[in-house]
Write a protein that binds this ligand. Structure first.
Ligand code: PDD
Length: 284
């Protein structure tokens, strides 16, 4: 895509360079967001920007623009790139300074970058469901921060890729936490169950949207930890993320979930979620 945002300006992406001593590059010292764009319009942008500000504040980085200004900058970027279906990637780091673990002393401006990418909806996978594997959650204890440090997530996703699977579901002790880049849900006896939004997982924007849709449509839902055993004996399982939406899980570590096809509650939630997209961003 032709244009990117670098520190508040929209410039040609080929000219959008960051110094080798940027702390995002050297330490992963920053945070990011991924925002979905349907029909040229951002979906749940306010929620994503709120989380962006919160993540940044959690590591003592202040976003140098008001949220409204950032929002209109992102809208301009979408227009400049004529983006219809895709994502915006947005990140901020603690800035450029000689390498030293401690925060820089004095006025070092954070580096903010954003660019767009064309991404289609995963229509086939949404219909058929996806396969997953289980991996131990080896991440730190602040998974609620959308940090640039994604090494454990990268290693987990690579294991999934090598096993020809879409996602790696992580467990800590006996408890399921979340996917390498998604939140995990099970359905048992018509009740939707998902890990509470604590420090051990990312509070997914899609997750929150699903919780809301459950309540609005009288689907029983509870945020509580559930175990590996509960996952393996679930009636249905699905994952959620900005790009994956409400994605049925049909296999876990080579074991088929129930009948091996997306279940009825998952299907209903997919339909409600699609309606939500259409009402905010127009027909798909
Ligand atoms: N990933 N958990 C983790 C660890 C994630 O990285 C993500 C998102 C989610 C789902 O959050 P949301 O519904 O707000 O997208 C949960 C993004 C898409 C990514 O890193 O590409």
């Amino acid at each position: 895509m032709g244009f990117a945002i670098l520190n508040g300006e929209i410039i040609e992406r080929v000219n959008a360079f960051v110094d080798v001593e940027d702390r995002g590059y050297q330490f992963g010292d920053g945070v990011y967001e991924v925002i979905r764009v349907y029909n040229g319009r951002m979906f749940t942008a306010k929620e994503h920007l709120r989380r962006f500000v919160r993540s940044a504040e959690s590591i003592c980085i202040t976003i140098p623009y008001p949220t409204e200004q950032l929002m209109s900058l992102l809208e301009k970027l979408i227009q400049k790139n004529s983006l219809q279906q895709g994502i915006i990637y947005l990140q901020i780091s603690r800035g450029i300074t000689p390498r030293n673990h401690a925060f820089p002393v004095g006025d070092v401006a954070p580096t903010l970058v954003a660019y767009t990418k064309e991404v289609d909806r995963p229509v086939e996978k949404l219909k058929s469901g996806v396969k997953t594997i289980l991996v131990e959650d080896i991440r730190w204890l602040r998974c609620d921060i959308k940090s640039l440090n994604l090494l454990a997530n990268v290693l987990a996703k690579q294991k999934a890729a090598e096993a020809n699977c879409f996602e790696a579901i992580q467990y800590r002790g006996r408890d399921i936490t979340e996917g390498s880049s998604s939140n995990i849900f099970i359905v048992k006896d018509s009740v939707v169950i998902t890990h509470p939004s604590t420090n051990l997982i990312l509070k997914g924007i899609t997750k929150d949207e699903i919780l809301r849709l459950c309540t609005a449509n009288a689907i029983a839902v509870v945020e509580r930890t559930f175990t590996l055993e509960e996952l393996m004996q679930a009636d249905e399982a699905f994952l959620s993320s900005t790009t994956g939406e409400v994605m049925p899980i049909i296999e876990i570590d080579k074991k088929i979930v129930k009948d091996g096809v997306p279940g009825p509650v998952t299907r209903r939630l997919q339909a409600f979620f699609e309606e939500e997209i259409k009402s905010k961003c127009g027909n798909l």
